[in-house]
Design a protein around this ligand. Structure first.
Ligand SMILES: [Ca+2]
Ligand SMILES: [Ca+2]
Length: 236
């Protein structure tokens, strides 16, 4: 009796089974195991915070993490158990998935899945994102015009914000062909208005076309709005 086995079981209630297909269920199990770093069968605050960060809350404070943990901690033991986790993810998927995304286990590790406003789903691997951010840091590290944005943090979604004034994209293309953009025409001031940013982005998009880089269905507002899948489709 004293040796109660602490084997974690991952069960779904009847209601949850009705809502979740077999693939979704196995993704949830994998995600839970993945985020339960110390393998004690529940999420503590730091493990829970990692989920929220991977869901895109990159600047989340510890207070917010605590508040969100509290909100989902039905039995108030200070941890998110398997059942509390499934309930929480179910809620997120049901109401708020466009804004919040879902944490899934993908072939490259954690994948942040973004559900677009039009209902399409776009995934990018966090690992690929980090590799790409590191590459940009390295390529443009000596460029004074990028110094306010670089080096960027490679472990979060800074990449999407770093592109929002258009300079970085222009510079990246100039790395491929130094003459593809007339640098004197670029707007470089720190507080650009939306039209100046658009000019930069339009130059970059025109230059990309000139270089034979295909940009399908992308316009400058994707960068201003930081539409992740569009930016990645473009820079990859
Ligand atoms: Ca744990
Ligand atoms: Ca709990």
């Amino acid at each position: 009796m004293a040796e109660e086995a602490k084997t974690q079981t991952y069960e779904f209630t009847f209601d949850q089974k009705k809502k979740l297909g077999p693939e979704e269920r196995s993704s949830l199990i994998k995600a839970f195991i993945n985020y339960d770093k110390n393998k004690d069968g529940h999420m503590d605050e730091s493990e829970f915070k990692q989920i929220l960060v991977d869901l895109g809350h990159r600047k989340i404070t510890d207070e917010t993490v605590k508040a969100m943990l509290d909100a989902n901690d039905s039995d108030k033991d200070g941890f998110i158990s398997w059942n509390e986790f499934v309930t929480m993810m179910g809620k997120l998927q049901g109401e708020d998935s466009a804004k919040f995304g879902t944490v899934m286990e993908g072939k490259h590790g954690a994948i942040a899945q973004i559900t677009g406003a039009h209902g399409g789903t776009h995934s990018y691997s966090l690992e690929e994102l980090a590799t790409f951010a590191k590459l940009i840091n390295e390529l443009l590290k000596d460029d004074a015009d990028c110094s306010d944005r670089l080096p960027m943090n490679t472990t979060d979604d800074t990449l999407f914000h770093a592109f929002d004034n258009g300079i970085l994209l222009c510079k990246l293309l100039m790395f491929i062909d130094p003459n593809c953009i007339d640098e004197s025409a670029m707007n470089k001031q720190t507080n650009m208005n939306v039209y100046q940013v658009k000019e930069n982005l339009q130059m970059a998009i025109a230059a990309a076309k000139g270089l034979g880089i295909k940009l399908v269905g992308i316009n400058s507002s994707d960068f201003i709005n930081k539409t992740p899948h569009m930016i990645l489709a473009c820079v990859w």
